[in-house]
Design a protein around this ligand. Structure first.
Ligand SMILES: Cc1cc2nc3c(=O)[nH]c(=O)nc-3n(C[C@H](O)[C@H](O)[C@H](O)COP(=O)(O)O)c2cc1C
Length: 189
């Protein structure tokens, strides 16, 4: 638990890295809606972190990292008190880039609260379910607010980008603001 003089650091992880992805736009919108004086919010963009496929000789639970990119990723994640995972559903699962980034570490995730915010048709239900198991396997604390972000063809222009994300996601504003309050209640006492 944190003292009141330090705001909890919440990392909003962007869990897709395709060149034409909407993931960055979705995560920026989530950050805007989560804004709250009681939290430090930052985006963690896996496209920028650019980890190779897991290449450590020892299992992450041993915490005996050989590669500089793993040590840096470990430092990045250790600096956060909680996470929001913003990712699309790919073929009923979560993107490989996100699972790979999670698999690199172990104790850095443990006991930290996490909200699963998957987007897709029908809110990415299957991928959210799969990710819930992964976060439990990493001993994370699943938040009660995990808004499923439903996306529909009519939200997008001819380039596959949002025409108006505020209008498309208006119904998620209230639960996303409530998520900030949930993080503060958990981490600021
Ligand atoms: C490889 C792949 C698989 C997909 N599978 C699903 C799916 O199972 N269910 C779904 O609702 N949408 C699916 N989609 C559509 C995505 O939700 C949509 O393309 C979204 O923009 C992907 O997020 P991104 O742009 O951040 O990569 C899939 C898209 C890709 C690229």
């Amino acid at each position: 638990m944190k003292t009141n003089d330090k705001k909890p650091n919440i990392g909003i992880i962007i869990g897709s890295n395709r060149p034409s992805r909407i993931g960055r736009t979705v995560a920026e919108w989530v950050l805007k809606e989560m804004r709250n004086n009681g939290l430090n919010l930052n985006l963690i963009d896996l496209a920028e972190i650019n980890l190779p496929f897991l290449d450590e000789p020892e299992i992450p639970a041993h915490h005996n990292y050989q590669n500089q990119h793993t040590k840096s990723w470990s430092e990045t994640i250790s600096a956060y008190d909680g996470f929001v995972l913003v990712f699309p559903q790919y073929n009923w699962g979560y993107p490989a880039v996100l699972k790979n980034a999670m698999d690199y570490l172990y104790d850095e995730w443990a006991n930290k609260p996490v909200s699963i915010m998957c987007y897709g048709g029908h809110g990415g239900f299957q991928a959210s379910l799969g990710m819930k198991l992964v976060t439990q396997g990493l001993n994370m604390y699943n938040m009660s607010i995990n808004p499923p972000l439903n996306i529909d063809e009519q939200f997008f222009d001819e380039y596959g980008q949002f025409k108006d994300i505020d209008a498309a996601f208006a119904r998620y504003r209230q639960p996303i603001q409530a998520l900030s309050s949930e993080f503060i209640d958990l981490l600021s006492k």
